[in-house]
Ligand binder design. Structure first.
Ligand code: SF4
Ligand code: SF4
Length: 392
């Protein structure tokens, strides 16, 4: 396994981090739950084969992902690994389900529940989950970072971090606002000009902030290339899986500490560990010729996109909380990759966070601000129709 340093925190982490949001599941009718025995086996296998970084969140798998991870690591493995988990602002702010007197009280209750589920007395890295332009002002106004500082001074968490979805401008603003222990962004070779962008990676590196990458294979979509893309890969003299190409694109950046991958089967896990154990999975591992191949593949994927949203976020914030670029991004993924399954699962989280398209009241305030002149209201309806209905 390849290892890298983690910003200024002094951690030495595996370049492959196991994401615990796509653990194996058992689906019965309209109910799904984690297949615990399989999940325990995978988590323990990872921890015993060099993976020392695990990522989960308060809400994953209907609030059970943290519990499954905690149970799997009990008995000696927890002390050998770093655990990163997260709490979204929306969960803190939900006074109906949070049970607390106010947002900060909720935040503390949720952290206490997380520690209990993880069977640990401390979290190595605690993130404000899914910051974006839609909630950044609320995060600041409600002094969430200050509350996290209290958690740290009490020894409940060891580092303060954030995960982010959205464009570069807001990412830079969030990153520059505070001395974060880590930032976590969506990047892959298809998104180099979207989300936090490649410039976001460079900026985190300049600041010396640990950088963790999520969605390196776009929810699994880049693992199954259409024939046009497969032909490009097959034409290269070195034969690699599509998954390895996607991981190599990110390993190439020296700024990256860990690349998360949410694995659902033991087979995927073993394949990922094998790829990340190759001696040349290092910064600068891509030649110019290989970069050109990935650029060609990206162009091929781009030609399949349906809504011309660039993810610039100029349409935000929506007064109803709809995260417009995220809705369009998920819809485009479904069209581009020929399957809506991963996009629908991801949309479920957006719905829980009250940022989905069903909240749109058709005020059209966003349409006036969109430089691409997208008929946002109409497209949101189309997207919602295709994305709703995932059973977790
Ligand atoms: S039209 Fe819908 S998505 Fe756009 S700002 Fe109004 S409520 Fe939000
Ligand atoms: S809908 Fe328009 S304004 Fe909103 S993120 Fe997409 S391109 Fe930018």
């Amino acid at each position: 396994m390849q290892y890298r340093s983690y910003g200024s925190l002094g951690y030495e982490v595996s370049l492959f981090g196991m994401g615990c949001m796509r653990l194996p599941r058992i689906v019965r009718g309209d109910h799904a739950e984690v297949d615990r025995e399989k999940a325990y086996e995978m988590i323990r296998y990872a921890a015993d084969h060099g993976v020392n970084y695990f990522d989960t969140a308060y809400g994953y798998h209907n609030l059970t992902s943290e519990e499954v991870l905690g149970e799997a690591l009990e008995g000696g493995r927890r002390e050998k690994v770093k655990i990163a988990t997260k709490q979204p602002f929306g969960t803190m702010a939900d006074l109906k389900t949070g049970g607390g007197k106010n947002i900060l009280d909720n935040a503390r209750r949720n952290l206490e529940a997380t520690l209990k589920k993880l069977r640990t007395s401390y979290i190595d890295v605690y993130l404000i989950h899914n910051i974006g332009a839609y909630c950044w002002e609320d995060v600041k106004k409600n002094k969430i970072i200050e509350e996290y500082e209290k958690f740290r001074s009490e020894g409940l968490i060891r580092a303060i971090a954030f995960s982010y979805h959205g464009g570069y401008d807001c990412f830079k603003e969030v990153l520059d606002f505070y001395d974060w222990g880590m930032c976590q962004i969506q990047q892959n070779f298809v998104d180099v000009e979207r989300e936090a962008t490649e410039e976001g990676i460079r900026h985190a590196g300049r600041k010396g902030c640990a950088l963790v990458i999520m969605e390196p294979i776009r929810g699994g979509n880049l693992a199954f290339p259409p024939p046009q893309v497969k032909a490009i890969y097959d034409g290269y003299r070195v034969k690699r899986s599509a998954v390895e190409w996607a991981f190599r694109h990110l390993a190439n950046y020296g700024e990256v500490s860990t690349i998360l991958s949410g694995v659902s089967t033991m087979e995927q896990l073993k394949e990922d560990i094998e790829i990340f154990s190759k001696p040349d999975m290092a910064a600068g591992c891509l030649s110019e010729e290989e970069k050109a191949i990935l650029a060609k593949v990206r162009t091929q994927y781009e030609s399949l996109r349906s809504i011309p949203c660039t993810g610039c976020e100029y349409c935000l914030p929506c007064p109803q909380g709809v995260n417009i670029p995220q809705v369009f991004g998920k819809y485009n993924d479904g069209v581009m990759f020929g399957t809506f399954e991963p996009a629908r699962r991801s949309y479920m989280f957006q719905t829980r966070g009250r940022q989905d398209a069903s909240r749109c009241v058709e005020c059209k305030a966003c349409e006036k601000k969109c430089p691409q002149h997208i008929g946002i209201v109409k497209e949101l309806k189309v997207a919602h129709e295709k994305l709703q209905g995932w059973i977790e």
